[in-house]
Design a protein around this ligand. Structure first.
Ligand SMILES: Cc1cc2nc3c(=O)[nH]c(=O)nc-3n(C[C@H](O)[C@H](O)[C@H](O)COP(=O)(O)O)c2cc1C
Length: 321
């Protein structure tokens, strides 16, 4: 697949997820195969103002393109931030036009841009002027059920210079729940000539096949389906008839978790890693008999080695699937 001047192997992407898609998680997903990964959303104002350390932008060990996602509403500041991170190794810049969090939309950013198509267009135009790498935007179906305007938005963003669009077909009022409206993905795809990536509700390989089949979208983006199953994007690539671009040696849950925790320790230090790892352990153990008991036990532990002992005892040699 090609986005702007960027050649990408395949069409299966890891979604931006704040607090989750940090450097270790993005690396782990790449190990199993994926076409490109997204950073979590970063404040354009903070980047432009040089505030913060942005460790999550570290691309060590990354072998596929990384899209850096920024949020904001001031076209000048967004362009300044994009210009800065272009030099940090970003393969492309993605603009967040879908975050539903009150704090973000209250500032007129994220999904609030779905209510101001003209401003959204000016943001893309301003960034386009300073960027030589591809530029994308991640949009929703609209602000609420009475204002679905994704197709109108898509046309404006294409006109102003977006190279591809990611559409999460739920309105801001639906946040992350309810069935995604595949008809909206199809409508967006029919409205523009640039690539359209569908997102939302892909929990199994078959969901990705159905999304592409029903909407003719050019690619799929996986969010929560990869939580506790970082191998899902790689499985979808293979189902799409591509050989996996990952080379994972890991076959059991224990192998995967040991690698994941090891990278977390390297990035966030011992305690930071253990605390960050708890939510992942909850996802890895989802659906297992005795999972609740395991979580109660492991969440009390603060030493990585003791966490691993507990993980080994619980998962044994269970193979990933
Ligand atoms: C915990 C969490 C954090 C998220 N953070 C971001 C973010 O930083 N930027 C963004 O565009 N979307 C974010 N999203 C939305 C996802 O990228 C995705 O659009 C959404 O979860 C729907 O896809 P899914 O059903 O495959 O999870 C987040 C979602 C979750 C669950």
């Amino acid at each position: 697949m090609k986005i702007g001047n960027l050649e990408i192997y395949g069409n299966v992407f890891l979604a931006p997820m704040a607090g989750i898609t940090d450097t270790p998680f993005r690396r782990l997903v790449q190990d199993f195969g994926v076409s490109a990964v997204w950073t979590e959303m970063l404040s354009a104002a903070a980047i432009a103002g040089d505030r913060g350390t942005f460790r999550t932008l570290d691309l060590e060990g990354h072998v596929v393109p990384t899209f850096f996602q920024i949020s904001g509403k001031d076209p000048g500041i967004m362009a300044e931030a994009a210009n800065r991170i272009q030099d940090m190794g970003a393969a492309a810049i993605d603009v967040n036009m879908g975050c539903p969090a009150r704090k973000i939309v209250g500032r007129g950013e994220g999904a609030a841009l779905m209510k101001d198509v003209s401003l959204a267009g000016r943001i893309i135009a301003a960034i386009r002027k300073v960027l030589s790498i591809p530029l994308t935007a991640k949009i929703r179906s609209g602000w609420d059920e009475t204002s679905y305007n994704a197709a109108e938005m898509a046309k404006v963003l294409e006109l102003e210079g977006a190279d591809a669009l990611i559409i999460h077909p739920r309105s801001r009022s639906h946040r992350h729940s309810g069935p995604p409206a595949l008809s909206v993905i199809q409508e967006v795809k029919q409205s523009v000539g640039i690539p359209v990536v569908g997102n939302g509700g892909i929990l199994e390989v078959q969901d990705a096949v159905a999304m592409v089949g029903q909407t003719c979208c050019d690619g799929v983006m996986i969010g929560r389906g990869a939580l506790g199953r970082p191998w899902l994007p790689g499985q979808i690539l293979v189902r799409f008839g591509l050989s996996s671009n990952g080379s994972s040696r890991f076959t059991t849950f224990f192998d995967v978790i040991r690698e994941h925790l090891g990278m977390q320790v390297q990035w966030w230090g011992t305690l930071g890693a253990v605390l960050r790892m708890r939510k992942h352990l909850a996802w890895y153990s989802r659906g297992f008999a005795g999972g609740a008991e395991f979580r109660k036990r492991v969440f009390r532990i603060e030493e990585p080695e003791a966490v691993l002992d507990c993980v080994e005892e619980f998962f044994g040699k269970v193979v990933i699937s």
